[in-house]
Design a protein around this ligand. Structure first.
Ligand SMILES: NC(=O)c1ccc[n+]([C@@H]2O[C@H](COP(=O)([O-])OP(=O)(O)OC[C@H]3O[C@@H](n4cnc5c(N)ncnc54)[C@H](OP(=O)(O)O)[C@@H]3O)[C@@H](O)[C@H]2O)c1
Length: 288
């Protein structure tokens, strides 16, 4: 892998929590960093803070919404002139206690956490393979409660089933692991490396998104949780701190390799998820 000073990284959800920490650490290591944020205002504030942490920051903000395929296509066309992309950190994430839908007709949790990142990765695929790049998917140990076989897959992806917020979150995080493993299988020969991780149970704004009992309880425990930098460091270790062969097609619990739930290793399911995600997002499927 190149020297970190020569790396170009794209980080989603870079204004807060794990993404913000990863952007900061990547910039401090000299990488050129694109911070993808959905709010211009929050993005600008984070860009300013991240820039302050590095003596010679090469950081820029791109405003884009992972819940909108149109917004992601616009982002990709702006990034096309950038050249190769060495690291893509698929980090942005939501947990919704109530059903919401994206403008493209997907359930919001799956739409942002999985389908948005599936689309963005495909839109940047040429730039990633050009660099022999790495795609890091920020999943969660919550993926262990995911079950993508309990109903027809397209019903789960589009939310045409009774909604339970935690189940939808767990399903989306299982989809992150399945996607990382399938990406490694399909694109490994093209030189791409893919890995997924649980960043830790961290004091971030993800617990502020709802007023349901779980979120309220987690807010009480926030002072006892680890800082977002625990997750940021774990992301950076996968992005540039280890040999590609040591991380490719693997799942990590923070910095330790860990076995994911059994469904994550189901190649038939991974292929089905890939094809269904490609159909729903209109992305071209790459051969297995
Ligand atoms: N915190 C934990 O304990 C924990 C545990 C396991 C896994 N994770 C995973 O870690 C990742 C990062 O979460 P976090 O804990 O750092 O939470 P966070 O502080 O809430 O950060 C989430 C980021 O995602 C962005 N985002 C949300 N919806 C978006 C959209 N539609 N388009 C673009 N960006 C969007 C948010 O932007 P806004 O600021 O505009 O909302 C924010 O920057 C998530 O994938 C989460 O599932 C977290």
């Amino acid at each position: 892998m190149k020297d970190t000073a020569d790396l170009r990284a794209v980080v989603t959800g870079a204004n807060s929590g794990v993404g913000r920490s990863a952007a900061e650490l990547l910039a401090a290591a000299g990488a050129s960093v694109v911070m993808v944020c959905r709010s211009e205002q929050r993005g600008r504030a984070a860009l300013e803070e991240v820039s302050k942490q590095s003596p010679d920051p090469r950081v820029r903000l791109e405003v884009a919404d992972l819940s909108s395929l149109g917004s992601l296509r616009e982002l990709a066309s702006r990034l096309a002139g950038l050249g190769s992309v060495d690291v893509l950190v698929n980090n942005a994430g939501v947990y919704r206690a109530r059903r919401e839908m994206t403008e493209d007709g997907f359930e919001m949790t799956m739409g942002v956490n999985h389908l948005g990142h599936f689309a963005l990765t495909h839109l940047l695929m040429e730039q990633l393979t050009e660099a022999g790049g790495r795609v890091i998917s920020v999943s969660s140990d919550g993926h262990r409660s995911g079950d993508l076989k309990r109903a027809p897959l397209d019903d789960i992806l589009t939310g045409r089933i009774p909604f339970k917020g935690l189940q939808a979150y767990a399903d989306s995080k299982l989809a992150n692991v399945l996607f990382a493993f399938e990406l490694s299988r399909r694109m490994g020969r093209a030189g791409l490396t893919a890995a997924a991780l649980h960043p830790g149970v961290l004091a971030t704004r993800i617990w502020n998104q709802n007023l349901n009992p779980l979120s309220l309880m987690m807010r009480v425990f926030k002072p006892f949780m680890k800082r977002p930098s625990t997750g940021g460091k774990a992301v950076c270790r996968l992005a540039f701190g280890s040999e590609a062969a040591d991380v490719d097609g693997r799942y990590f619990h923070v910095e330790e390799e860990s076995k994911a739930v059994d469904q994550a290793y189901d190649q038939e399911l991974a292929e089905k998820l890939w094809n269904e995600s490609a159909r729903l997002t209109g992305m071209t499927v790459m051969a297995a």
